[in-house]
Design a protein around this ligand. Sequence first.
Ligand code: GTP
Ligand code: MG
Length: 375
Amino acid sequence: ILKLTEYVTVSDLANMMNIPVNEVIATCMSIDMMVSINMRLDAETIKLVAEEFGFETEFVSTDVVAAIQESTEEDKEEDLVERAPIVTVMGHVDHGKTSLLDNIRKTNVIAGEAGGITQHIGSYNVKLPSGRHITFLDTPGHEAFTAMRARGAKATDIAIIIIASDDKVMPQTVEAINHATAAGVPMVFAFNKIDVAGADPAKIREQLAAMNYLVEDWGGKYQCQEISAKKGIGVNELLEKVLLEADLLELKANPKRRASGLIIESSLDKGRGYVSNILVQNGTLKVGDVILAGKYYGRVKAMTNERNQPLKEAGPSVPATILGFNGAPSAGDTFNVLETEHEARDIANKRTQLEREQGLRTQKMLTLDDIGRRI
Ligand code: GTP
Ligand code: MG
């Protein structure tokens, strides 16, 4: 009897049966399966092939995602607390995305009391005069947003669509609107550059109406605000409208659970090792926690905020820079905190293996010659 996990490659199987790997490959081919040495086999195929060689099989489950599933189990109602909305600014080139984010950061970034220059960590948390918080996702090209969308998850709660009112609705404006609509992310429109002579926000309202996006002051459902990102006009009003939108979403998280969230960007720092900017979406991330993202894992060695001040922990909707991954996880990857380093390493290794196989599968179909050469 062969004791198997669901994670067995062609060469693993050959080794376990003590049979040359090309015989296993040939058997697979006889049941119309083109395989290569490092390819993982499904349970059905393993059973068939093993029987072919006179072995019985028994499966021992080591569920790859058991640990992850555990961390996505439902929260108790009483553990849920309000969290800050995560907001992205999108719009056409030169319509003022960076100017708006800069203005917000300069006037509203928390911890303003203590010194320190704000670092670009792809995300930051602001405190409004009303005392409420908003977390901005500020990634170049919004890679994280796009990557997360591709994975069917949401990185953003609300999108600010910025349109220069001395210009018009442009292709990237339309793209941003379609993007947010497809992701089911509510939008607030910001009509920027109202300080410019000839700015005509009414014309923008008209163009949006023509696309079936009717703004509130024209009787529609979309909130909008005229602003000057450069002069700081209307920005706080815009943010209060974002919070109104957030109230409708009733955003909640459970700070008591193990953390999960988003990788915003990662890099290798010669002195410090791998540095990752992350955004906690649920739970609380603590220094010392075992973390896993994509193929990489590690322990949180140090954690800082956007002012480079050390943090012991980061709760829901809080961005942070962390040290401790053994590689650079990709923007848009989710991270999870696991119980043990062993568990994290296991999953990371399995993902590495799966990725390798995926690569093999997407290569051209193997010919008999190829197989001969590989063996
Ligand atoms: P990309 O990152 O290139 O897509 O552009 P962006 O959307 O980030 O625009 P950015 O904030 O860089 O602004 C483009 C130009 O418009 C800059 O020269 C800004 O100074 C100017 N600008 C942005 N907002 C305003 C505004 O409210 N009023 C005026 N007068 N100029 C503005
Ligand atoms: Mg910019």
